[in-house]
Design a protein around this ligand. Structure first.
Ligand SMILES: [Cu+2]
Length: 101
């Protein structure tokens, strides 16, 4: 019984930490040509629970994602872009913006 209590406390702490820590992932994307491309990329990432904010710039050919600390993985992000019909060129992971301010 003690063990169960201990585990549930530990688990709830982990959940809290996960919602507090965030990161920004920037992906240079090849193949975006119009507003429909932007739309489909936005919709792709808005579906993911671990992503809290999506910004797609057609001009800069950049997808900017605000995500949980570790999820989704870079691999998942790359594959999602490929599945949407575009090519991820360069992925940059930036530290949490809120912490720097
Ligand atoms: Cu397009």
């Amino acid at each position: 019984m003690m063990k169960k209590l201990f585990l549930s406390v530990l688990f709830s702490n982990v959940l809290i930490v996960q919602t507090l820590i965030a990161r920004t992932v920037e992906v240079e994307v090849y193949g975006m040509t119009c507003a429909f491309c932007v739309d489909s990329l936005e919709r792709t990432f808005e579906k993911m629970h671990s992503i809290s904010k999506v910004k797609v710039s057609l001009k800069q050919k950049l997808v900017q994602l605000e995500t949980d600390d570790t999820l989704p993985s870079i691999e998942t992000i790359r594959n999602a872009i490929l599945d949407a019909g575009f090519t991820p060129i360069k992925v940059t992971v930036l530290p949490d913006e809120n912490k720097q301010k």
